[in-house]
Design a protein around this ligand. Structure first.
Ligand code: HEC
Length: 140
C-alpha cells in the first residue's frame, strides 16, 4: 500500500515534469533585439506618408478590407494601433518591444514571420528601420 502510493506520487511528478518541459519547448523563441535592423534617422515619420505605402504593398492583402488574418488590420493608423487577436502589435515609443517589428524582422518563430514564408518578399532593412523610427517617434 505504502509503495503503491509512492509510485502514484512519482507518476504524478513525472507527468508534471513532462508537461512543464513540453510547455517550455512550445514557448516562443525570445527575440535578440540587438539583431533588429537599426531605427532610421528620418524625421517626422508618419503612418499616412511613410508607413501606409509599405503596408499597402506587402500586408494589406491579408490585413486589410478583404482579409483580417490574426484579426489584424493595418490599413488605417487606428486599426494598426488597436492590434490583433493577441492585443497590441505596436508599442508607441518602443519599437524594439513591438510585436510587429519582431515579426517583420524574422528573428523569432518562423510561424510569426511577416509576410509569412513564401507569401511575399520580406521587408528590407531600410523599410524596417523606417517602421522603427515611426514607432519610436510615437506612432503618429
Ligand atoms: C499571406 C497573408 C499575410 C500577409 C501578406 C501578411 N500577414 Fe501578417 N498574419 C498573417 C496570418 C495568417 C497571421 C496570424 C498568424 C497566427 O495567428 O498565428 C498574421 C499575423 C500577424 C501579426 C500578429 C497579430 C496578432 O495579434 O497576433 C502581425 C503583427 C502581422 N501579421 C503583421 C504583418 C505585417 C506587418 C505584414 C506586412 C509586412 C503582414 N503581416 C503580411 C498573414 C499575413
Amino acid at each position: 500500500m505504502f509503495m503503491k502510493s509512492i509510485s502514484l506520487k512519482l507518476r504524478i511528478a513525472i507527468t508534471l515534469a513532462i508537461s512543464i518541459l513540453a510547455a517550455a519547448a512550445a514557448d516562443k523563441k525570445s527575440i535578440d533585439v540587438s539583431k533588429l535592423p537599426p531605427s532610421s534617422s528620418a524625421k517626422d515619420v508618419t503612418y499616412e506618408k511613410d508607413i501606409k505605402p509599405i503596408f499597402q504593398k506587402t500586408c494589406f492583402k491579408c490585413h486589410g478590407a478583404e482579409k483580417q488574418k490574426g484579426k489584424l488590420r493595418l490599413d488605417s493608423l487606428a486599426a494598426t494601433l488597436k492590434g490583433g487577436e493577441d492585443g497590441k502589435v505596436v508599442e508607441p515609443g518602443e519599437s524594439a518591444k513591438s510585436v510587429l517589428v519582431h515579426n517583420v524582422s524574422r528573428l523569432g518563430d518562423e510561424d510569426d514571420w511577416m509576410p509569412p514564408v513564401d507569401k511575399g518578399d520580406p521587408l528590407s532593412k531600410d523599410q524596417i528601420g523606417l517602421i522603427r523610427a515611426w514607432i519610436d517617434q510615437g506612432a503618429k
